[in-house]
Ligand binder design. Structure first.
Ligand code: GLN
Length: 187
């Protein structure tokens, strides 16, 4: 099993470190020809969703990746990566739009958007959750399953082979969300 990590910008190295610790093979996607290598899952990291969206289009990555996600490629989006998958984006533009969720960018305000907590994620357990200028999911449609809520806001969800978290599991020691994603790829 090989996982591709979108490495245009943002916190991609941290995801690679988590996959190393889990013994999962991975490589970075930086340009179109990187898509020639076969991969079984894709991680969209945190960072700045507007910058990533622009680079995806400029580098010709948007269309092929969108097609693969629509065809069932397992994908895990954290924070900005969540925004890239959302069907509706308040405070920004839609990118892949493959997931039946409405997201609010910078939902906690610029100052309050960064905080850490410990809470329950369904199918994963109690885990540390680090939020950085985080979005939250304002609404999840019938196709999306809510996996975690913090202070009444949805912060993790799944739809078939798409997994999203508003927080950054790659910034903590706990490997369980990445393990959950690897399981999604295998089953
Ligand atoms: N605020 C960022 C955005 O809207 C997301 C922040 C993050 O990924 N840590 O793209």
């Amino acid at each position: 099993m090989t996982v591709a990590i979108l490495a245009l910008q943002g916190a991609f190295i941290e995801h690679a470190a988590m996959l190393d610790r889990l013994g999962a093979a991975h490589f970075e996607i930086r340009q179109r020809r990187d898509l020639d290598r076969p991969f079984d899952g894709l991680i969209l990291p945190g960072g700045e969703s507007t910058t990533m969206r622009k680079l995806l289009h400029d580098l010709g990555l948007f269309q092929p990746l969108r097609e693969q996600i629509e065809s069932g490629l397992p994908v895990f989006g954290t924070c900005a990566g969540l925004i890239l998958l959302a069907q509706s984006v308040e405070g920004g533009a839609v990118c892949f739009g493959t997931m039946d969720i409405a997201v609010r960018r910078n939902a906690y305000g610029r100052q309050l958007g960064s905080f850490a907590t410990v809470d329950e994620m369904r199918g994963v357990g109690r885990i540390p959750m680090t939020f950085i200028r985080a979005p939250y999911i304002a609404a999840a449609g019938p196709k999306a399953e809510v996996l975690a809520e913090v202070d009444g806001h949805i912060v993790a969800a799944r739809q078939d082979k798409q997994l999203v978290t508003a927080f950054h599991p790659e910034l903590n020691d706990d490997l369980s969300v990445h393990r959950y994603f690897l399981n999604m790829i295998q089953t």
